[in-house]
Ligand binder design. Structure first.
Ligand SMILES: [Cu+2]
Length: 124
């Protein structure tokens, strides 16, 4: 009688142990951990004014104001420049590849409309 009870358990073991084929093969490209973060341009300010991201993250500026704005790095746009973003539109995405503190402003409204992107090293 004992063997009757062991039989179902043996079946389960066989199923679990069966070959899985190629599904378990390692996939070369890992899913990216980088993020896309949005900064909102308001009438004369950026929200958040200071944004912390990590190396490899991308930032998009969305203009919720009624006038055009830009997000232009303070080194005359050498690091990044979204160019004019029309009201209701979003900028192209800007990828931050190196650590640092990047101050930027709006070319239309000058430095009264400014912000900072703080790029930190990616946690390992
Ligand atoms: Cu502006």
């Amino acid at each position: 009688m004992k063997y009757l009870f062991l039989f179902p358990a043996a079946c389960v073991l066989i199923l679990v142990g069966s070959p899985r084929g190629s599904a378990a093969e390692q996939n070369g490209d890992n899913p990216s951990e980088t993020k896309a973060i949005t900064v909102t341009a308001k009438s004369l300010s950026f929200d958040p004014k200071k944004l912390e991201v990590h190396v490899g993250d991308t930032v998009v500026w969305t203009n919720q104001a009624r006038t055009k704005h830009t997000a232009t790095s303070d080194d005359e746009g050498k690091t990044f420049d979204t160019n004019e973003i029309a009201p209701g539109k979003s900028s192209k995405s800007v990828k931050f590849e190196r650590e640092g503190e990047f101050r930027y402003h709006c070319k239309v409204h000058g430095k009264t409309m400014s912000g900072t992107i703080v790029v930190k090293a990616r946690a390992k």
